[in-house]
Design a protein around this ligand. Structure first.
Ligand SMILES: [Fe+2]
Length: 247
């Protein structure tokens, strides 16, 4: 699929309007800031203006900026994010009590042209492709995400959200052959609705983690690709806003 026209581009140095950026994120746009400084403190303070960053206790000693690069320890990758493997479309922190609703990725070292490209899928595109029966099934059936039981789709005041991470779902529960086939079909559907964005050095991309899935293509094992990741929560309106809503 083509990248959607809800991609908003800014350039570092032009006066950035935080409430405007927040507003685009609330409306589920992807926001890119070109030529962002390649500096963790700058990234952290920028995100502090938009929302509340999550401290990464699991892999990152409680810091908020996480280095996504190939990292091995005793010949094992330290996480899938730190491997060279393709990462299928997923939600970050699908097994957390509270899932951060937004992610920022700052490209410090770009991958080569044919590797490590980011993939995205919008929930709005998925909803257009699901029949009412398929939608109800995804709203009702609970799956195990480590210690959490969650449905893939949820809905509050007619606002839908998605939570999906095949690797976590499959790692912590024994799925039946029918369930595996169900997930294979979903993965195939998600892929068919996804679009690619190639990050360049200095691109900071901000996107919602609760209304889109993201992933990335395989990376060369010797790649110097380095992405700084920060997860955060922006305040969301408690009701659905039409696109031309004015406050
Ligand atoms: Fe991720």
């Amino acid at each position: 699929m083509e990248a959607p026209d809800l991609q908003i581009n800014y350039k570092w140095g032009q006066s950035l309007n935080y409430s405007e950026i927040r507003d685009y994120l609330q409306r589920e746009s992807l926001v890119t800031i070109k030529d962002f400084p390649l500096n963790d403190d700058e990234l952290q303070s920028f995100i502090n203006h938009l929302g509340t960053p999550l401290n990464e206790k699991r892999n990152n000693n409680g810091k908020t900026v996480f280095d996504v690069k190939i990292t091995q320890h005793n010949n094992f990758f330290t996480s899938i994010a730190n491997s060279n493997l393709a990462f299928p479309l997923h939600t970050d922190c699908a097994d957390f009590n509270s899932i951060p609703n937004t992610i920022g990725l700052l490209c410090v070292e770009a991958a080569h042209e044919d590797e490590g490209t980011n993939n995205f899928m919008l929930l709005t595109d998925l909803l257009k492709h699901l029949s009412e029966i398929e939608k109800q099934k995804l709203l009702n059936k609970k799956w195990k995400f480590r210690n959490q039981e969650r449905s893939i789709l949820s809905s509050e005041n007619d606002n839908h959200k998605i939570c999906y991470d095949r690797i976590t779902m499959q790692s912590f529960s024994k799925l039946t052959p029918i369930e595996i086939e169900e997930l294979n079909n979903l993965d195939k559907l998600f892929r068919s609705l996804s679009f690619k964005i190639k990050l360049k050095k200095g691109d900071l991309i901000l996107f919602r983690n609760d209304v889109m899935l993201h992933g990335r293509d395989k990376i060369d094992i010797n790649s110097q690709r380095l992405i700084k990741r920060i997860r955060f929560d922006i305040k969301l309106p408690s009701f659905a806003m039409p696109p031309d809503f004015e406050q």
